[in-house]
Design a protein around this ligand. Structure first.
Ligand code: IVH
Length: 694
């Protein structure tokens, strides 16, 4: 009775594991799962002789090892040839097509069918199953021999310890090949934890995955949230030929694979319980390959894990066999790489940049390096805390990352290459532009120049903000012109823009009459902004587009806003204490009031007839899930803004979720979003989506 119960429990728990980690569709609560596991463990404690290696209780538990033993691969683990550009890809397809046509395997006008897959950026491993049980796992090593990492692989919850399905359908031997990797979110979490424990911080998910697999103590590996994706196989010996197998192959017993194509083989592996990324696609000819490549490139920045390219494999296995191998790579497959998103270069210096609100951002000056398809000479270091955390020093060789269209950032130094006598970076105490003091409130991470509008850097950025599309929308005035006008001292505040004449502009270097006239025309069309636009244009801290609209709607006139006190401002729907204080503070400043008076004197009138337009409903009908702590918004703030934009806020992530907004210590919801491919936003991205970025 208990023995039967034990077998049932093993089955049931394994199936829940598979549902949770592979299908991402759990059907029981964690507590119920834990109860089943406890029951299993109790029976096993009473009957140690019943414990088997495929028991879900036996994932972790192996004792630390002295070192790794080597394993000979039954079938070598090959590498792939690369295609770095379209020409190389066309050449690959031509070679394949010519060979297959000559062999009579495809028609004269027929295109080759390929299975296109992600090229996962992790570590290749081979998992050996005998009679359905995982017996050995090995790294790729040199392709012929690898290291035995069985105890570590067993800790990866998505790797089946025993194949799924009826034992009669199991192949006698099955070596599954695939990649072990770590998701970005898990990598970030790991690094936070490593840092807290004052242990080694990993530079990227791949290194973290490698470090975790090479742990001699599987209990550590077990804590590392590794994932596995199957993409191929090594030795396969099907005990009995399956009906799907080609008749000739059956007779000759030549081909071990039970299916005819790469895509069908992947589907089979999936049925046996392996995680197979559902992103593969069967395509035809170069056109098909390129469209997969581009589609994947678009999806790449939002993927939960790193891929460094895509892999194309001739889909039909009989065609693969005819094509064969060269040296250590197959002729039937090729990797089509994306430009590297990371590169190393030398950190020549660290400058600080002053933002519109005086925020000081340290910027790395780099020896030019080609990364992510462009040459990068500057990268952000975010803030002083980040520099200290990463211990980045001038003279270091640093890793630069440029993912998608994101601003390039310094990931960290390569400590092993650090020259002697480097020194930790010290933030300047005065503004490099205006010499005012730089201050950093104790509980904030951002240091700020205290110069306000005295600081030319802040003035320039303030003007750039004021003329931007969502503010006064003066599109003839660009950054270069603002630069010139501020540097010559002609423009100090916004009002000065409104008194510019064509003649004056003509005296600026590289300014033609036509351009000068266009500037004046653009300025003139912006003489009657709505109150909301003007409030937004003033660049008051914490006042984004939506807040400006709310305040305008509430007060109706500029005078009213200028006279409002904090208490009154708190009555505005959606305005909290921080925003109220900021607005009141802004209008209490004599120089701000003076600037506004000057603005009105220079011929600007506010169009108070424009009723505050309802905030745009960018999230109409969409569901958003919040998780973790956001840097500046509370849960309520975020919820309110989402509702305002027409969205709904829900507590659980499903495939219907439009966005997951994740902050610090985001948990299972973030993981689930990444697994479901739901777009994940941080606070800034949410603000940008809502048009509240400033
Ligand atoms: S197939 C017979 N498919 O790329 C072909 N490899 O240079 C053998 N990789 O070390 C590899 N994703 O770790 C294949 N979908 C994929 C892959 C993939 C990543 C890695 C693999 C191997 C390297 C080949």
């Amino acid at each position: 009775m208990t023995r039967l119960r034990l077998e049932d429990l093993k089955q049931e728990i394994s199936s829940h594991n598979h549902r949770y980690y592979v299908l991402d569709a759990p059907i029981i609560a964690d507590a119920e799962y834990d109860a089943l596991m406890r029951e299993l463990q109790e029976i096993e404690a009473q009957h140690p002789e019943w414990v088997s290696s495929d028991s879900p209780s036996q994932r972790v538990g192996a004792a630390p090892m002295e070192g790794f033993t080597t394993v000979q691969h039954a079938v070598p683990m090959l590498s792939l040839g690369n295609a770095f550009d379209e020409d190389e890809l066309v050449a690959f397809d031509k070679r394949v097509t010519d060979t297959l046509r000559a062999a009579g395997l495809i028609g004269l006008a027929e295109q080759v069918e390929y299975n296109a897959e992600y090229k996962f950026d992790g570590l290749a491993v081979s998992l050996r199953y005998e009679n359905g049980m995982l017996v050995r796992a090995a790294t790729r090593g040199d392709g012929l021999t690898g290291e035995d990492i069985t105890s570590n692989i067993r800790t990866i919850p998505s790797v089946p310890l025993r194949l799924m399905g009826k034992p009669t359908t199991w192949p006698a031997v099955l070596e599954v090949r695939g990649e072990v990797l770590m998701n970005h979110a898990d990598f970030e979490q790991l690094n936070i934890q490593q840092q807290r424990r004052r242990e080694k911080v990993f530079v990227n998910p791949r290194n973290a995955a490698a470090g975790s697999l090479r742990q001699l103590d599987p209990r550590i590996t077990a804590q590392r949230r590794l994932r596995f994706y199957a993409y191929g196989w090594g030795e396969v010996s099907v005990s009995e030929p399956s009906p799907q197998q080609d008749l000739l192959a059956q007779l000759n017993h030549e081909f071990p694979e039970p299916y005819a194509t790469q895509a069908e083989m992947l589907a089979w592996l999936q049925r046996l319980g392996f995680p197979v990324s559902r992103t593969y696609a069967v395509v035809k000819g170069v056109e098909g390959l390129l469209s997969y490549y581009r589609r994947t490139e678009d999806a790449r920045p939002d993927l939960p894990f790193d891929i460094d390219g895509v892999v194309y494999k001739v889909n039909y296995l009989d065609q693969q066999r005819v094509l064969g191998f060269v040296a250590r790579a197959p002729r039937f497959a090729v990797a089509h790489k994306y430009p590297a998103q990371e590169a190393t270069t030398e950190l020549l210096g660290i400058d600080v940049q002053v933002g519109r609100t005086g925020a000081i951002t340290p910027v790395a000056r780099l020896k030019p390096v080609f990364v992510g398809g462009v040459t990068v000479t500057n990268a952000t270091l975010h803030n002083e805390d980040e520099i200290r955390r990463k211990d980045v020093r001038i003279g270091d060789t640093v890793i630069i990352r440029r993912a998608g269209d994101v601003i390039p950032e310094v990931v960290g130094p390569v400590i092993d290459l650090r020259p002697e006598h480097t020194q930790a970076f010290i933030m300047p105490t005065t503004c490099p532009v205006c010499d005012s003091a730089i201050e950093k409130p104790q509980d904030e991470v951002i240091a700020r120049c205290t110069g306000g509008l005295v600081c030319a850097a802040q003035r320039k950025q303030n003007l750039a903000h004021a003329v931007s599309r969502k503010a006064l929308d003066i599109d003839g005035v660009g950054e270069k012109l603002i630069e010139q006008l501020v540097d010559t001292g002609r423009v100090k505040t916004l009002a000065d823009l409104y008194t510019l004449s064509v003649e004056e502009l003509l005296s600026l270097p590289r300014m033609g009459r036509k351009s000068a006239e266009n500037v004046v025309k653009a300025v003139n069309t912006a003489r009657h902004p709505s109150l909301a636009r003007l409030l937004y244009a003033l660049g008051i801290r914490h006042v984004g587009e939506a807040t400006a609209r709310d305040v305008a709607k509430h007060y109706g006139t500029l005078e009213n806003v200028m006279e409002a006190d904090e208490e009154g401002l708190l009555q505005v729907s959606e305005v909290g204490p921080v925003v109220a204080a900021s607005i009141a503070h802004f209008f209490a400043e004599p120089h701000n009031r003076a600037a506004i008076v000057k603005l009105l004197q220079s011929g600007v009138t506010i169009d108070e007839t424009v009723a505050a337009t309802a905030s745009s409903q960018v999230l109409a009908g969409q569901t958003v899930v919040l998780t973790g702590t956001l840097p500046t918004w509370t849960r309520d703030d975020a919820t309110r803004r989402i509702l305002e934009a027409g969205g709904k806020v829900s507590g659980s992530v499903s495939s219907k979720t439009a966005y997951v907004v994740a902050g610090v210590e985001a948990g299972t919801k973030l993981r689930r979003a990444q697994e479901l491919g739901v777009t994940v936003l941080d606070e800034d991205a949410l603000k940008a989506l809502l048009g509240l970025d400033d």
